[in-house]
Design a protein around this ligand. Structure first.
Ligand code: GDP
Length: 410
């Protein structure tokens, strides 16, 4: 079976950050936790989590992948690499186009820096729904509140803090989850263990205040909830989550979380938030393209039985397997061994091995369905930005003219 999960349980996301904010460390932690989830089903292999991490470091496959697939709580998360050096280049535009949502990582000491502004504006331009992670809370001078404030001031974002930090700097212990009003601590050095506890007495009133502010901001995102809120009705956690999700998907708000990826604190809550608040391929508008012969505009829904359309977004020469073309299927399906039409080059090519990249392994798959991301071996004529489609129903997904005007952000 090509689809491990129903499409609404897919998340195609990017970890977006300027250099040094902690993108690599955060991605590594995500792969660590999701890898552990995967391992739970494979106890026979006898690998402990630590062994796996060491092996991974030695092999170093994952972080260099243009897209890596992870599983978290019954969801498939495809993490698309976004270039760290953010510039108005075709490469950045393309990676933002291929993903459906982003986790933007900030350094909690620096808050919003000029480079994070550039990243943010680009994501705005492509309407990428976002959640934020205020990282490096263990560092001297780190402040969650200040980081949230700078997201509001400098980015003009409707930033909604979902947590309250417990302690800071070397004393940073965990967070209060303002939705459930539980304290979450991370116990051992690998951060495997999350402990849910009562909010410490000295933080109770601050947490209540922070929750009230959060509820008010979320209620504003939905007309029905606004009415209920103004009438003094209690809003349930499910209602709040649904309204926040809607606000984020419509780019009217962003949710802010905090932690320290280096110290394994907070990343699991970010993964939960990816599931709760970022879109599935069914939540984004159907893809548009043009008929390469007539120029006629075509819309393709994210459905497996629609005509096939896929975009090649990155070519990587993998030292083990060779020339890999990473692509996203927007509609229809793409099967190993079949012929496809590259509508940009005007050439037919045969699809060789189809490969899904996980943190610790590669998996051969037979077909890739609408909304999914994978890599293909054996394409010789296809390059970044090319559309693969059915020759009988051709489409070109991307205008071929690059680059767009350079806008510099000081
Ligand atoms: P990238 O350039 O955004 O990919 O950032 P990296 O993940 O490579 O991190 C940049 C530097 O910040 C490295 O030295 C990391 O060890 C460090 N770093 C990342 N996350 C944290 C954190 O949560 N706390 C602290 N103190 N350092 C961190």
């Amino acid at each position: 079976m090509a689809r491990n999960f129903p499409l609404e349980r897919y998340r195609n996301i990017g970890i977006i950050a300027h250099i040094d904010a902690g993108k690599t460390t955060t991605t590594e932690r995500i792969l660590f936790y999701t890898g552990k989830t995967y391992r739970l089903g494979n106890v026979d292999e006898g690998n402990t989590v630590t062994d796996w991490m060491v092996q991974e470091r030695e092999r170093g496959i994952t972080i260099v992948s243009a897209a890596v697939t992870a599983e978290w709580k019954g969801y498939q998360i495809n993490i698309i690499d976004t270039p760290g050096h953010i510039d108005f280049t075709a490469e950045v535009q393309r990676s933002l186009r291929v993903l459906d949502g982003g986790v933007v990582v900030f350094d909690s000491v620096q808050g919003v820096e000029p480079q994070s502004e550039t990243v943010w504006r680009q994501a705005d331009r492509y309407n990428v729904p976002r959640i934020c992670f205020a990282n490096k809370m263990d560092r001297i001078g780190a402040s969650f509140e200040r980081t949230v404030e700078s997201i509001r001031q400098r980015l003009g974002a409707n930033a909604i803090p979902m947590q309250l930090a417990i302690g800071s700097e070397s004393n940073f212990k965990g967070v209060v989850d303002l939705l459930t009003m539980q304290a979450i601590y991370y116990e051992d050095e690998l951060g495997k263990q999350e402990t849910y506890a009562e909010i410490p007495a000295e933080l109770k009133s601050a947490a209540e205040e922070a929750r009230a502010a959060m509820v008010e901001k979320i209620a504003e995102l939905d007309d029905d909830l606004t009415v209920k809120f103004l009438e003094g009705e209690e809003l349930s956690i499910d209602e709040l989550k649904a309204a926040l999700r809607k606000g984020i998907l419509e780019n009217r708000a962003t949710a802010v979380f905090t932690g320290s990826s280096l110290k394994n604190k907070g990343v699991q809550q970010v993964l939960d938030a990816v599931i709760d608040y970022l879109p599935s391929p069914l939540d984004i508008p159907a893809v548009n393209g043009n008929n390469p012969d007539t120029g006629e505009e075509i819309t393709r829904p994210a459905e497996d039985d629609a005509p096939m359309s896929a975009l090649v977004f990155k070519i990587v020469t993998d030292p083990y397997v060779g020339r890999l073309a990473y692509f996203r299927v927007y509609s229809g399906k793409l099967a190993s061994g079949t012929m496809v039409y590259n509508s940009v080059k005007g050439k037919k090519e045969r699809i060789g091995r189809l490969i899904r990249m996980y943190a610790d392994r590669r998996e051969d798959i037979q077909e890739v369905l609408a909304g999914d991301i994978a890599a293909v071996l054996g394409l010789k004529e296809s390059f970044t930005g090319d559309t693969l489609c059915d020759a009988a129903q051709p489409i070109t997904l991307e205008a071929i003219t690059f680059p767009e005007p350079v806008i510099s952000v000081a």
